[in-house]
Ligand binder design. Structure first.
Ligand code: HEC
Length: 206
């Protein structure tokens, strides 16, 4: 029996290991708590970083896959690719994403159309009539604003709804090999992000 207890002792986790494990579990729990976004602005910043990186990555363009079909969650043929949009995974916020552009040509209000749309990731706590109207006038003013490379995003708030429009710019010299009308930094599309609080799921039945 004594031999066994000796055996157990040498294999028992040391105090240091125990402490490290405790810290790891605490960090994981904190990460889970912080996994969601605190403010709608933060959701938009994360989503925009994701979409911008998709357009900046030219691997697919080189393979002959252009524009919005380079977005991960879009369809190529019948194959739907796995999207990594961080706003889609949010439990706290309902998010939608749309892209308006002129098919890779010079960005003009007159020829603008909706070229990509990511549907909402749940039901909003806000009634549809309380969402701000994003009409042609709003999009036209965004096109005008983003002609300047220093322009800030266009932000619209109405009650609990947060809307932000940001440009996609032809940020690299390589973009111009196809978008030959442009100079580096010209806008080629508008990203429209809409964020509102998610409707809480109904509790368990009594
Ligand atoms: C190999 C050629 C090629 C390169 C390089 C290229 N693009 Fe494009 N891009 C296109 C074509 C063609 C379209 C239009 C596709 C269509 O009609 O759907 C397009 C469309 C787009 C659109 C969508 C516009 C819309 O209205 O649908 C965006 C955004 C875009 N490009 C961004 C970029 C950025 C940013 C770069 C550089 C980092 C880049 N592209 C480099 C060929 C290219």
């Amino acid at each position: 029996m004594e031999e066994y207890s000796g055996f157990r002792d040498t294999h028992a986790p040391s105090k240091v290991v125990e402490r490290v494990e405790m810290i790891a579990v605490t960090v994981m729990a904190l990460c889970a708590l912080q996994a969601d976004f605190r403010r709608p602005e933060d959701v938009v910043t994360a989503m925009d970083a994701y979409y911008q990186s998709q357009f900046a990555d030219l691997e697919l363009a080189k393979a002959g896959i252009f524009g919005t079909s380079r977005v991960e969650s879009s369809e190529i043929g019948h194959h739907r690719r796995q999207g990594g949009d961080p706003g889609y995974r949010s439990e706290a916020w309902v998010t939608t994403v749309s892209l308006f552009g002129c098919r890779g040509e010079s960005l003009k209000a007159a020829t603008l159309s909706n070229r990509y749309r990511r549907l909402p990731n749940g039901t909003s706590a806000v009634e549809p009539e309380d969402f701000p109207k994003i009409d042609e006038g709003v999009l036209a003013s965004a096109v005008k604003r983003f002609a300047s490379t220093k322009a800030k995003p266009l932000v619209i708030r109405k009650k609990d709804v947060f809307v932000e429009i940001r440009p996609v710019r032809l940020s690299k010299r390589e973009c111009l090999s196809c978008h030959s009308w442009a100079k580096v930094g010209d806008p080629v599309a508008l990203m429209l992000y809409v964020v509102s609080p998610k409707k809480k799921a109904a509790g368990p039945l009594p």
